[in-house]
Design a protein around this ligand. Structure first.
Ligand code: 13P
Ligand code: SF4
Length: 328
């Protein structure tokens, strides 16, 4: 199916230049109409699109104003001047943006864009952990609901987890809910870390066998892993870091051949701007991130669907945990 408006193809041609290595022309012809409409709606409605690194290239390079990892999106959300923020990512990211911008309209194009980590723990679970470990501070990954953040002392992301843990000046912390992130941080600090049993359904599937096969099949490959991967995977990788840190590694080091052990679209987005790097792509899809499409971003801007709201009884406490992290 071709674009409905031939003018849209011409108007979006400069944007296509950015993604031509990862999106074939016939696919862009299908996207151009929505990209063009979204750019127009953003201007008319004084809206911005914040997109996570796992969004597909037509969103990431085509319509986003700000792109990055969870930490950058949270930080940038505090500086947004527009009336409307569309969060092209998952629900906890939109909630974080709303916590930091209570007066603005924050839209998530699909309310069902969840996260297996956020679903792995409730506010009652956090209270139970506190009862079991009296006086031990709770460091909560941003991949959680606002209700869980409200029960926590401070938030962290994969980009600052070690710094957050060490900033507390204690010898024991509870770190929720990602067991693997907690174990990967525990390997880098003397602080004792008590973890929860949550896992990312995307990263838990990578294994050390995958790494060995990659090294065998692609000699000289550089292997980057997200710290939500199991510790035995991180131990065999060449570098582990947040999505922004992985992207920064490729930017700085320019390895001739690389694999990113993370969500699939991340490789497309980085490959689009690094034609000199060969990307090997045994990646895993995040079904939640993939719920966000150009169509539902356009619909969000046309209809204000779906507005993110936060329960007033938890809002202040949840915001405090995120702000404490950002103040570091
Ligand atoms: P980053 O903070 O590294 O972008 O990770 C977010 C996420 O959901 C990874 O699965
Ligand atoms: Fe959640 Fe994993 Fe998807 Fe990230 S990749 S949003 S941690 S399920």
């Amino acid at each position: 199916m071709a674009t409905l408006d031939p003018g849209a193809l011409a108007r979006t041609a400069p944007l296509y230049e950015r993604v031509k290595r990862v999106i074939p022309p016939f696919e862009w012809a299908v996207f151009a109409d929505d990209v063009d409409a979204i750019l127009d709606l953003k201007r008319k409605r004084n809206a911005v699109v914040l997109a996570h690194n796992y969004q597909t290239p037509e969103i990431f390079h085509g319509v986003a104003d700000i792109v990055g990892d969870s930490l950058l999106l949270a930080r940038e959300a505090t500086k947004v001047d527009a009336d409307i923020i569309v969060l092209a990512g998952v629900h906890f990211m939109a909630e974080t943006a709303k916590l930091l911008n209570p007066a603005k309209t924050v839209l998530i194009p699909d309310l069902a864009a969840g996260c297996s980590l956020a679903d792995s723990i409730t506010a009652a679970d956090v209270r139970l952990m506190r009862e079991r470990h009296p006086g031990v501070p709770v460091v909560t990954y941003v991949n959680t609901s606002a209700a869980v953040k409200a029960e926590s002392d401070i938030c962290c992301t994969s980009g600052n987890a070690l710094a957050v843990v060490e900033s507390l000046g204690v010898d024991h912390v509870i770190m929720l809910p990602d067991e693997y992130l907690a174990q990967n941080i525990a390997a880098q600090t003397r602080v004792k870390i008590t973890a929860w049993k949550g896992h990312c359904e995307v990263h838990e599937r990578f294994t050390p066998t995958d790494i060995r096969q990659l090294r065998e099949n692609h000699p000289g490959i550089t292997i980057l892993a997200h710290p939500e991967c199991p510790p035995e995977v991180v131990a065999e990788a060449d570098f582990a870091g947040s999505t922004a840190a992985m992207s920064g590694f490729v930017e700085k080091q320019r390895p001739p051949r690389v694999v990113l052990l993370t969500e699939c679209s991340m490789s497309d987005n980085v490959a689009a701007v690094h034609p000199d790097v060969e990307f090997i792509r045994p990646c895993n899809l995040c079904p939640h991130m993939k719920r966000i499409t150009l169509k539902n971003i356009r619909q969000a801007l046309e209809t204000d669907q779906h507005q993110v709201t936060i329960d007033l009884t938890i809002e202040g406490r949840a915001r405090r945990s995120v702000e404490r992290m950002l103040a570091l």
